[in-house]
Design a protein around this ligand. Structure first.
Ligand code: ADP
Ligand code: BG6
Length: 453
């Protein structure tokens, strides 16, 4: 074979060696990256673990905080707010009633014609409006004018089948999904904003008065007959259908719980004991915290960078506003430290709250063999155009860890309430818990884990 051929052979051999070396180096780097990714996932799984012993510790801590919060103000993480609701629906109610529910994401207007025990809910209509983000952090007049104008439109659309008793003023039940110190059944002052709200100058103000002023500006003749937290409203609605409802839990943008307490167990209650002997307590359990809660670096960073650092710790582990954000933070670390999505970190992954919990649950619920939903969501919301199946499986695994931690912690909180009520053991009376909220309603894996942790 001539020199040229030998030379060519040597060059080919060298090229082959070089390519092989490149391939080997690539594979080694890839193996190292996956090993690092596996270590991050192992650490996440360990830090988020909620073994039954830990869940019992959380339940016991919740019960303890409930007792403390009923003893006096400001000694517990739980506000244990007295709702002034000492009578719950019996099912005999009649008439036309309006309700307004201001939540952390949406607000809803509702009208219902009640026909007493035989008629029950004769007719109902509802309208849901997403709250623009700028109104969550703007001025109070702007927020309440927005709500009042939507309510005017809704009342104007009152159709057939709704009858206001002659001479009666339309009455409105105002469900306000934020911590409010009730000063009567139809008044209360804002304690603090939570979730994504942060409107200056409203803390300490009476929220009913703010709404009434906006209704007057709109010229709407409507009386706010009751101001309740959404958990109290959920409990009342549940009791309308089932006499054994004694607890209500909201798992939506935020999370909270309410329950029926014996009036004589509320040591801080100064008023006369109600005839029913019972008062509904709005626990504001989102603010619960305990050394037993499984916290990670992602949770701590989320809290520090939130609108309310140090507040609502339990809520930030469980609720819809935060689950997707926790997953984003884990994905960002993997993108930076293990090139999960390639050598360039996807820029959108750096944006807080860009990964909403509905998107997280859609990826988590993906049952396709190649995780095509995960691929589509990563592209649509994070601008990640191509991913390996292995990387998509990591995304689902992170969703699973974060969602199940939240669900199991919520279940532990419910057990804490049942322990307080003495309804956690065998032989207890039939006990019904009213559940509501978009997270509970739509996140199937979360709900099923909560119900069968
Ligand atoms: N498909 C979904 N999967 C998971 N979470 C969802 C889904 N849809 C809504 N959510 C969660 O529910 C929250 C809305 O809860 P909802 O109770 O409807 O309203 P609000 O919190 O305003 O009272 C959203 O912020 C979101 O976190
Ligand atoms: O219905 P949402 O918006 O999910 O609110 C649930 C809870 O969210 C918490 O942040 C509020 O402090 C509670 O008052 C409220 O009940």
């Amino acid at each position: 074979m001539g020199k040229v051929a030998i030379g060519a052979a040597v060059v080919c051999a060298a090229a082959a060696v070089a390519v092989t070396a490149l391939v080997v180096r690539h594979r080694m780097r890839s193996a190292e990256r996956w090993a690092r990714a596996a270590a991050v996932l192992r650490e996440l799984e360990e830090k988020c673990a909620t073994p039954v012993e830990k869940l019992w510790e959380v339940a016991d801590a919740m019960t303890k905080e409930m007792h403390a919060g009923l003893e006096s103000e400001d000694v517990s993480k739980l506000k244990m707010i007295i709702s002034y609701v000492d009578k719950l629906p019996t099912g005999d109610e009649r008439g036309l009633f309006y309700a307004l529910d201001l939540g952390g994401t949406n607000f809803r207007a509702l009208r219902v014609q009640l026909g007493g025990r035989e008629g029950r809910v004769v007719r109902q209509e509802a309208k849901e409006v997403s709250i623009p983000h700028d109104l969550m952090v703007g001025g109070s007049d702007e927020l309440f004018d927005f709500i009042a104008s939507a309510l005017v439109e809704f009342v104007d659309s009152e159709g057939e089948g709704f009858h206001l008793h002659s001479g009666r003023q339309r009455e409105l039940g105002f469900t306000f999904s934020f911590p409010v110190k009730q000063t009567s059944v139809a008044s209360g002052t804002l304690i603090k904003w939570t979730k994504g709200f942060n409107i200056d100058g409203m803390v300490g103000e009476d929220v009913v008065s703010e709404l009434n002023k906006a209704l007057q500006r709109q010229g709407l003749d409507m009386k706010v007959a009751a101001l309740v937290n959404d958990t109290v409203g959920t409990l009342a609605g549940g009791r309308y259908d089932d006499n054994d409802v004694v607890v209500a839990v909201i798992l939506g943008t935020g999370t909270n719980a309410a329950y029926v307490e014996r009036a004589d167990a509320i040591k801080k209650w100064q008023g006369p004991l109600p005839g029913s002997g019972e008062i509904v307590i709005n626990m504001e359990w989102g603010n619960f915290s305990s050394s037993h809660l499984p916290m990670t670096e992602y949770d701590n960073a989320l809290d520090v960078e939130s609108l309310n650092p140090g507040d609502q710790i339990y809520e930030k582990l469980i609720s819809g506003m935060y689950l997707g954000e926790i997953v984003r933070r884990v994905l960002l670390r993997l993108a930076v430290q293990t090139a999960l999505f390639g050598d360039t970190v996807p820029p959108q992954l750096e944006t807080p709250f860009v990964l909403r919990t509905p998107v997280m649950s859609a990826m988590h619920h993906d049952t396709s063999a190649d995780l095509k939903v995960v691929r589509a969501k990563l592209k649509e919301f994070l601008g990640i155009s191509s991913t390996s199946l292995k990387a998509r499986k990591v995304v689902v695994q992170i969703c699973d860890i974060v969602a199940k931690r939240g669900a199991r912690l919520a279940a532990a909180g419910i057990v804490g309430i049942l322990k307080k009520l003495g309804r956690d053991g065998s032989g207890m009376r039939r006990t019904v818990i009213a559940m509501d909220g978009g997270l509970y309603e739509h996140y199937t894996v979360f709900r099923e884990c909560l119900l069968a942790p």
